[in-house]
Design a protein around this ligand. Structure first.
Ligand code: XIL
Length: 373
């Protein structure tokens, strides 16, 4: 009787274990193994993942990814909330976690118009800083942050989202103050950011990163102009990050290929830095945070078989193009790990669902490699 009970308990435990295993997809191949001959593959990590508060997400990340980007904790307003105060702990956790798990850590981001405190652009009396004072502040921030992780963070998104969708430069505080309205100074803030980052860690790779590069050709051309300008000044730029916040029907193949080819022609590496696919059919297509936040994004049909099939097809299409350009694409990073913590609050944007389960899209992505062989 006792033995029977024991056997029953063992049987039950094994069944539960099998279910949990299946639920997090541990029987599936690891993305990083499947893509090892092509490019690094990774995700954006939030603080819960790296601090141990979301162990299932960490398990997925450790199994599948060999590179990671800090989702928020290295942004100016989080890492440098007040003029004389740096908040290192979350970013330290991120870098420690990636090192412990043999992942290439990417720093995101040094200069951006969003998630930057208001004080950044003002002096102690609240007046707008002069060009020189803002350059000094930018230098101090970059030197301190890049310097802290020197030799550890492999590459930095130095400037994020400097472009409008038509390829002109976004009228950010950075451009207004450092550019002083003079056309000949318009690229100065970008050039200085790259110069300071290189001084702080001469071995780190330096990237320009933006969204809609693969949907708006003019914007992609604008990124090319940035690369050319930096190169003409003898500054280091290693790569351009195509964020690739996609939708079920964009970008189309032709514009994605145009973007990869045009960027690669400048001689830089091309990276997909923030991949996800919105399943909502209506609404704004870009990735401007203020517009995304204002949008009603509820998506009741996201889990339906029809949408999941479309999602799998779109992921497969994107990956087959990325594989075709494997010579110039060095990294593909998803913006998140599983749907519940994605910045796209509703819908079904990633490869793992809200319960950590791999979706049909996961298998579709793996299958693109077999098709490529
Ligand atoms: C997003 C984060 O995912 C959110 O958690 C945060 O609230 C806002 O920023 N482009 C970028 C990323 O370069 O930094 C943004 O990340 C998404 C769009």
């Amino acid at each position: 009787m006792k033995t029977n009970k024991l056997l029953y308990v063992i049987f039950l435990s094994l069944t539960v274990l099998c279910f949990v295993e299946k639920a997090t997809g541990s029987e599936k191949s690891a993305l990083k193994d499947v893509f090892k001959d092509y490019f690094l593959i990774g995700g954006a990590f939030n603080h819960n993942l790296v601090s141990g508060e979301d162990p299932n997400a960490a398990e997925i990340a450790i199994k599948h990814f060999n590179t990671a980007t800090s989702e928020n904790d290295m942004k100016w307003s989080l890492i440098h909330p007040r003029p004389d105060q740096y908040n290192w702990e979350p970013a330290d956790h991120f870098v420690d976690f990636t090192e412990k798990n043999n992942m290439v850590p990417i720093g995101h981001c040094l200069v951006w118009h969003s998630q930057v405190p208001r004080w950044t652009f003002r002096d102690d009396s609240g007046n707008q800083l002069t060009r020189d004072a803002l350059l000094a502040r930018m230098k101090d921030h970059i030197t301190t942050v890049v310097g802290r992780y020197k030799g550890r963070v492999k590459g930095w998104d130095v400037v994020n989202e400097a472009l409008n969708d038509d390829g002109t430069l976004r009228n950010s505080r950075w451009l207004q103050i450092i550019g002083e309205g003079k056309p000949e100074q318009q690229y100065d803030y970008i050039a200085k950011a790259f110069e300071y980052a290189h001084q702080a860690d001469p071995d780190a790779e330096l990237y320009y990163n933006d969204y809609s590069l693969s949907t708006d050709k003019e914007k992609c051309d604008g990124a090319v102009e940035i690369v050319k300008y930096l190169k003409s000044k003898g500054l280091r730029i290693d790569g351009v990050g195509i964020q690739l916040h996609a939708g079920l029907d964009y970008p189309d193949k032709e514009s994605l290929e145009y973007c990869i080819n045009t960027l690669a022609a400048t001689g830089v590496k091309v990276m997909v830095t923030e991949l996800d696919i919105r399943t909502q059919r209506r609404g704004y297509r870009g990735a401007d945070i203020s517009r995304i936040n204002r949008q009603n994004t509820s998506d009741p049909n996201a889990a339906s078989a029809e949408i999941q099939k479309k999602l799998a097809d779109k992921y497969a299409e994107i990956f087959s193009i990325l594989l075709k350009h494997k010579k110039v694409i060095t990294r593909v990073t998803f913006w998140g790990v599983y749907d519940r913590t994605s910045w796209i609050r509703w819908g079904s944007p990633l490869l793992f669902d809200r319960n950590y389960k791999p979706k049909q899209a996961f298998d579709a992505v793996i299958n693109t490699v077999q098709a490529d062989m």
